[in-house]
Design a protein around this ligand. Structure first.
Ligand code: ATP
Ligand code: MG
Length: 222
């Protein structure tokens, strides 16, 4: 039950139907497979919410994700952007209602995925080698299939037109599918707008928003 302490899973002592047990297993599996880092998985939302400004941003973030929007978390180092995105993933897994297909296969399609922008580009490039095991389409589907996708470290975007076009393509697909996406970067809004480009920025304006994390780093405070 690693990391799903905040789930709706009833205590082990209460009777649980076969269906409910199956649903719980699928949610646990979705969380286990989201690819978020261990450091962020082990935190508890109740502790994180003690920071009032982080908690205020959390409320807005949940609203944007529930409206299937594109959410951008911006700010300097260490103030909880990645942590918030992982909590959004946890929430998506806890709330996931498995489809009949999930139940009959006993495993969900990926519900949520965390990835750094550089890894996203590497994942797609892996499709280009002569002996590639996957096609470019497979790589793109792995990014469009999850209900929630988090793309972290977007400031690490290279200047290549290929990198910019690839990100725009994935985000446009997800926008069309009306699936929520979180983008995270260590910069201010004007820099983000410059690196994301007009196509992405326009979609954010329509269906999401920017959250500024402008308080000191949590690192070294505990
Ligand atoms: N609300 C919070 N209260 C207490 N600790 C927090 C909170 N949010 C995050 N942290 C902790 O602070 C540390 C930094 O958080 P996180 O990695 O999310 O920062 P970040 O904004 O993504 O930083 P960077 O921009 O360098 O990637 C982590 O150990 C995290 O668990
Ligand atoms: Mg981070």
């Amino acid at each position: 039950m690693d990391g799903l302490e905040q789930s709706k899973i009833p205590p082990e002592t209460s009777p649980i139907s076969h269906h409910d047990a199956q649903v719980n297993n699928i949610r646990i599996q979705a969380w286990a497979e989201c690819e978020a880092d261990e450091r962020h998985r082990r935190c508890k939302l109740v502790d994180l919410l003690a920071h009032k400004r982080w908690a205020a941003c959390w409320k807005v973030a949940c609203r944007v994700i529930d409206a299937n929007g594109m959410l951008v978390l911006l700010g300097s180092r260490g103030n909880g952007k990645t942590q918030m995105s992982v909590e959004l993933i946890r929430r998506a897994c806890i709330d996931y209602e498995p489809t009949d297909m999930d139940l009959s296969y006993g495993r969900p399609r990926k519900v949520a995925r965390y990835i750094r922008l550089r890894d996203l580009h590497m994942a797609i490039k892996m499709a280009y080698g002569l002996n590639a095991q996957i096609t470019e389409r497979d790589a793109v589907v792995s990014l469009t299939m999850p209900h929630l996708l988090v793309i972290d470290e977007c400031q690490e975007s290279s200047d290549s037109p290929w990198a910019a076009q690839t990100l725009t393509y994935v985000l446009d697909k997800r926008y069309g599918l009306m699936k929520p996406t979180v983008l995270i970067a260590n910069c201010l809004k004007p820099q983000f707008v410059k690196l994301a480009g007009s196509s992405i920025t326009d979609r954010i304006k329509e269906s999401g928003g920017f959250l500024m994390f402008n308080w000191p780093s949590f690192r070294g405070v505990k």
